[in-house]
Design a protein around this ligand. Structure first.
Ligand code: AKG
Ligand code: FE2
Length: 334
């Protein structure tokens, strides 16, 4: 078994000259990360640090709203995972633990009414705050900041997927159906209050793997808390690096590569004594795409009836959310 590494990778040379020797070194590092830990810290990416900072400012303002106002931002629509506010304790990512000590706010793409009407159990409209306790961020700038960040994350993920297609032996088109519009691609603002409870069953985010293809996680640069389970069963901290994005492989890439790419178990415990904010972006793709291993797809082509045996993105996501989202009566905020 190769060494479990969470390297820091500067993607700059790849973006500058994707066919250069330096780009190949970048691709090699990312490949090694994907087949060992499934995690790497990405630097030299094109998402401006000023935008990242505005996202955190917006998150802090939003979570500082009084609870009765945050509750009005809970989505009333259907849609996977819903958009808008998620109260503390709404999710338990790990079985036999207390509900996660975090609150969240989801922002996806602004779907047109016809996309939502085409599949209301999957696509939800965003929910936006109408007032914020901040002098520097208004509801209008909150909305434009979050939408811009979401779309920059989509663009960067597509670059990473095309890089991954190049390091895999199945040709350049393997992610085409998956990344066709309309796609599920959400940012999730997260707030972990300082945790003083010493009950080992209390976690910020219980141990889990991510459901989608790739996750780009922005940590707040100061407050540690993220840990990844290594191949010896030890928890490895992923220290926050200002402006870096922690990229990790999710369950879909694990399935597509027959387990060669690792979707590693991770969790969050905020022992910093301060509020911790983080912003994962989940790229879950087109709901109709079937999760067919690349090896099978390469042999059969997508006209093959065998395809019907594989789960769709929509069903996979529904299953995973259903297993972690608690009913109101179970969600005991502490
Ligand atoms: O907040 C973090 O650092 C990680 C969150 C996470 O793993 C998730 O939301 O899937
Ligand atoms: Fe995660």
């Amino acid at each position: 078994m190769s060494e479990f590494i969470i390297p820091t990778v500067d993607i700059g040379p790849y973006l500058q000259y994707p066919t250069s020797k330096e780009a190949e070194v970048v691709m090699g590092k990312i490949y090694q990360a994907c087949i060992t830990s499934g995690f790497f810290q990405l630097v030299g990416h094109p998402i401006p640090s000023s935008l990242q900072e505005k996202v955190f400012e917006g998150a802090q303002a939003l979570f500082a709203l009084p609870m009765h106002e945050k509750e009005t931002l809970v989505s009333k629509a259907g849609g996977l995972g819903n958009q808008g506010y998620e109260i503390i304790g709404a999710q338990a990512l790990q079985k036999n633990t207390l509900p996660d000590l975090k609150e969240g706010f989801f922002v996806g793409e602004e779907f047109t009414p016809s996309v939502i009407a085409s599949n209301p159990s999957i696509f939800a409209p965003n929910v936006w705050p109408t007032a914020l306790p901040s002098t520097s961020i208004t509801p209008a700038s909150f909305k434009s900041t979050m939408l811009e960040y979401q779309s920059r994350c989509v663009d960067l993920t597509k670059v990473l997927l095309s890089l991954l297609a190049r390091v895999l032996p199945y040709g350049p088109h393997i992610f085409e159906t998956f990344s066709a519009d309309p796609s599920l691609a959400v940012i999730r603002l997260l707030h972990y209050p300082p945790q003083d409870c010493t009950d080992p069953r209390q976690l910020g985010a219980g141990a889990h793997t991510d459901f989608g293809a790739l996750t780009l996680l922005l940590q707040d640069g100061e407050n540690a808390g993220l840990e990844v389970l290594d191949s010896d069963g030890e928890w490895q901290a992923v220290p926050p690096v200002k402006h870096a994005l922690v990229v990790n492989v999710g369950d879909m890439l694990h399935r597509w590569t027959n387990g060669r790419f690792k979707s590693s178990v991770h969790r969050v415990i905020n022992r910093s004594g301060r509020d911790r904010y983080s912003v994962p972006f989940f790229y879950d793709g087109n709901p109709d795409c079937r999760l067919v291993p690349f090896e099978v797809a390469a042999k059969t082509g997508d006209g093959n009836p065998l395809y019907q045996d594989y789960i769709t993105v929509a069903d996979h996501m529904k299953e995973r959310y259903a297993a972690t989202v608690l009913k109101k009566s179970e969600a005991t905020a502490s």
